[in-house]
Every structure is written in structure tokens, then in C-alpha cells.
Write a protein that binds this ligand. Structure first.
Ligand SMILES: Cc1cc2nc3c(=O)[nH]c(=O)nc-3n(C[C@H](O)[C@H](O)[C@H](O)COP(=O)(O)O)c2cc1C
Length: 179
């Protein structure tokens, strides 16, 4: 049994990337893993100020919701990031969280397996290249971690439209089941 954290970064009601994340979660639960989903909706996460005091103290000095989420990231064995593609990158709110989780760098983090669940209006997988590169770049900063799997849902735009893409939903379920 693995401790799995899913971070859903879209702030949209009936979010496509979150619908896919929920399928990933269902698969992981069915396989017997302990799954927690954290949505960034309603969370207060300020920008990183770049002071690097987190490296000395082990925690960010800005006491907002990023502190608790960073702690959850540190203790999870598996982390799945769900994001819409925004201007060929990950969502700004996810990038802001990763910056604010900088105390993880050089810490005794537990995560090993990282997954990316992304949706985009465009069909081509190339639309997610920047998003994948960004997450891969973050993963590369953690030597025990690896980007183990990606679900890309292309051609998914209107809120809730992911339900019409059963192939993508199934791929997410199977990935969650096989972590
Ligand atoms: C600010 C913004 C930027 C976007 N940029 C892109 C993009 O670069 N490429 C793309 O294919 N879709 C783009 N989209 C569409 C979303 O990726 C797509 O609707 C996705 O399914 C939204 O996921 P969500 O419902 O989880 O938020 C953008 C949407 C928004 C709101």
C-alpha cells in the first residue's frame, strides 16, 4: 500500500483535469492504496519571494496554505499533479505551489513516483510539451524521484467535457491502478 497525494490545480468548477485526477484516484483506491486529493481551489498560496530562508529553516516563512500542502508532498510516496495546459505550460497556481514547496529541496522527502495528468483544448500531444518539461524539470531536482507516467487529454476544452473522452478517463484509472 502506497501513500498517494493528488494535487488538483485547476480552479474551474467541473474541471477536466480534476475529473481525470478523480479517475486516477479511483484506480489507486481500487488497488488498495491510501489516496488523498488536495484541490488548490480556495487555497491561499502566495508567490515565492526567493529569500531561500526555507533551506535554512526547513519551512517557508510565509504562513499560508502552501505550508500544509508542502508537508503532505514531503510525506507522500506518490504524487500526481493534475493541471490544465495554460499557454503551453502548467497552470500558474501549480507552478506557484512548486516554487513555494522549495523547502523540499535537500529535505528527507519520501516521494519517488510522480505522475502528470493534463488536459488541453488542442488535440496534439505537443500542446503539453511545455507542461511535461516543467514537471520533468521539477522532478529532476529530486534524485530519488522519477516521472513515472503521464495522461494527456487532448481536445478537451469546455468544463466537464472530459467525461466524453472515456479513453482518457480509462487511461487515468488504469494508471492509478498500476502505480
Ligand atoms: C488561461 C488559459 C490558457 C490556456 N492555454 C491553452 C493552451 O496553451 N493550449 C491548449 O491546448 N489549451 C489551452 N487552454 C485550454 C485548457 O487547457 C482546457 O480547457 C483544459 O481542459 C482546462 O482544464 P480544467 O477544466 O481542468 O481547467 C487554456 C485555457 C485557459 C483558461
Amino acid at each position: 500500500m502506497k501513500k498517494v497525494l493528488i494535487i488538483s490545480s485547476s480552479l474551474r468548477h467541473n474541471s477536466n483535469s480534476e475529473l481525470i485526477a478523480d479517475e486516477f484516484a479511483k484506480g489507486a483506491v481500487q488497488a488498495g492504496h491510501e489516496v488523498e486529493k488536495v484541490s488548490l481551489k480556495g487555497k491561499n498560496i502566495a508567490f515565492c519571494k526567493g529569500c531561500l530562508s526555507c533551506i535554512k529553516t526547513g519551512s517557508c516563512f510565509i504562513k499560508d496554505d502552501a505550508i500544509e500542502i508542502t508537508e503532505k508532498m514531503k510525506n507522500a510516496e506518490v504524487i500526481a499533479f493534475a493541471t490544465p495546459v495554460y499557454y503551453y505550460s502548467m497552470s500558474g497556481q501549480l507552478k506557484t505551489l512548486l516554487d513555494r514547496a522549495n523547502s523540499l529541496y535537500g529535505s528527507d522527502y519520501k516521494f519517488k513516483d510522480i505522475y502528470l495528468l493534463a488536459t488541453a483544448a488542442e488535440n496534439e500531444r505537443s500542446a503539453a510539451e511545455g507542461t511535461i518539461k516543467g514537471i520533468q524539470g521539477w522532478v529532476d531536482c529530486f534524485e530519488r524521484a522519477e516521472l513515472k507516467g503521464i495522461v494527456f487529454g487532448g481536445g478537451i476544452d469546455d468544463a466537464g467535457a472530459a467525461v466524453n473522452h472515456q479513453d482518457v478517463m480509462k487511461a487515468a484509472f488504469e494508471l492509478g491502478k498500476n502505480i
